[in-house]
Design a protein around this ligand. Sequence first.
Ligand code: NG1
Ligand code: ZN
Length: 533
Amino acid sequence: SLHIDVIKALSEIHPKPSDITFQYGTAGFRTLGSTLDSVLFRVGLLAGLRSKKLDGKTIGVMVTASHNPEQDNGVKIVDPRGEMLEASWEGHATTLSNAPNTEQFIEALNTLIQSTKIDLSRPCNVVYARDTRPSGISLISALEDGFKAIGCSARNAGVTTTPILHYLVRAINTKGTPESYGEDSEDGYYRKLGLAFKKLVSGRPIIQPVLIDCANGVGALAVAKLMEYLGDTIPLVLENISLSTPGALNNACGADYVKTMQKLPPSLMDHLQFGQRGCSLDGDADRLMYYYLDERGQFHMLDGDKIAALVASFIVELVKSSGLENEVKVGVVQTAYANGASTKYLADRLPVKCVPTGVKHLHHAAEHYDIGVYFEANGHGTVIFSPHTQARLAQYQPSTPAQSTALGHLINLTQLINQTVGDALSDMLLVEVVLAHKSYTGVEWDSLYVDLPNRLVKVVVGDRNVFRTENAERRLVSPPGLQQKIEGLVQRYEGGRSFVRPSGTEDVVRVYAEAVVKSQADELAFRVAGLVY
Ligand code: NG1
Ligand code: ZN
C-alpha cells in the first residue's frame, strides 16, 4: 500500500499554486519554471506508478522546456521503449497535477491506482535528467521527493539532452536481451553513434567544418562529448555555448529562432562562411535546422522537410541497391506544417501520410512502415526501422558486392539513428552521411525542391479550445462557418493553402499559410488571422 504519512509530509512541502490549472499537453507539462514545483513532485509519484503498472520497467522523466524561453520549464514522461507516455496516462497526469491540496491529491492517487489496477507491491524504476535551465535544479529535487514518496529506485542521468534520456530508457529496458539498444550510459550512446558514423563515412572525408549553433543549451555539452568519439571524421565548430550567461538559452539563436524568423541567428553572422553548412539545435537538442549562405550572402534554410526529403530518398536508394525493394517499404510521415513543395517531392517517390501535430502521432504512423521517416518542418524527426525489417537486414544474403555494400550502409544507419525520438545530434550525423555519400553541398541538397513561401502566425484568443479540427488538423469543424470563410480566402491566392489549429503547447491559435509568392503567403496568413481573432 501507499506510505500515506511519507506522501503527506512531502506533499505539504510542494503545495499546488491555487491560481493555476496545469495540463499535460503534447510536450508534457510546460510553463513558467517557477510555478512547476508541485507538478514535478506529483510527476515523480506518477512515474513510479507507471513503472509499477509495467511491472518495474524503467520509466524516464525529462525536465526541459525545449526551445521555449529560459524562464520556462517543463517535464515529460518517457515510456519503456523510449517513446512518449501512453495517451491515456496524459489525462492521469493532468488530474493529479490539479488536485488542489494534499488530501485530494492522495484521493486522486488512490482512484488512479484502483482504476488502472496497479499492484503496489511491484518494484518501480525510473531514470531522469534535466536540461541546463537554472530552474531545473530545484525542480529536480521536487521530482526526487516524488520518487521518495512512492519508494522508487531512481537513477539520475544528470544534465543531458532529451534524446539521450530516451536512449537511456530504451537501453536500460533492453539490457541483456536480443533487442539490446546499446550500452545504458551516456558514453554508450556517443560510442554507438560515433562508431556507426565512422563506418558510414569511411573513405569519404568531410573537409569543410560544420558550424553548430548550440542555442546556449545542453547541446553544447553533448556535442563536445560526441566529438571525442568522432575522431577526425568531421570537423565541427561550436557556437552559442554560453551555459552560464543568464537569459542566453534559445535567445536569438537555436532551431526555433531559425525556423520562425527564417534567418541566420545574428550571433553567427561573422562566423558562417559563404557555402559553409551551419545548423542550429534547440534547448534540449531534439530539433535540428540546417542552412547556408550562398555566394551573394543570401540565407537558405534547410528545415525538417528538407531533411526528410534528403534522408528518405537516400534510404529508398539503398533499399533498392541492396535488392530488398520488394520486401522493405519506405514511407514518410509529415504534419500539415510540411511545406507543400516537400509533400509533392516526396509523394512522387514514396508513400506519404499526414498526421496531427505532436511527435507521438508521427512516431506511431511511422511504425506502420518497414522503414518510416518522420520529420516535423521545425526540425524534429527521425527514422524508425520495424523489428521485422531489422531482423531481415541481419539475415539477408546479398548476391552482389554492390548489394552487400548497400546492405552494410542500411545496417549502420540503424545504429546511427536514434530511433526512439528526434535527436539533433544523430540527425546531424545522418545528414552529413547522406551529403558525403551523394557528394552534395548545401546547394545541391537545397535544390531537391523549392520551398513554397509560407507564414506562420500566432493569434491570442479568448478560448482556444473552441477551435476543433479534423483531417489531420487541416480543416476546422468548430467554430461553425469559419472553415468556409478560410476556404473563400484561400481560393483567391495562387498556390494558396491555409489552416488554423489550437496550439498544444501555448495558449494561442496558430495560423499557417502558403502561396506561390512570399507577400501573398504573408497576406493570406494575416487575413486568416483576422478571421480567427
Ligand atoms: P504546438 O504548440 O501544438 O503547435 C509545437 C510545434 C510542434 C511540436 C510541439 C512540441 C509547430 C507549429 N508546432 O506544437 O511541431 O514540436 O510544439 O514541442 O512547430
Ligand atoms: Zn526540443
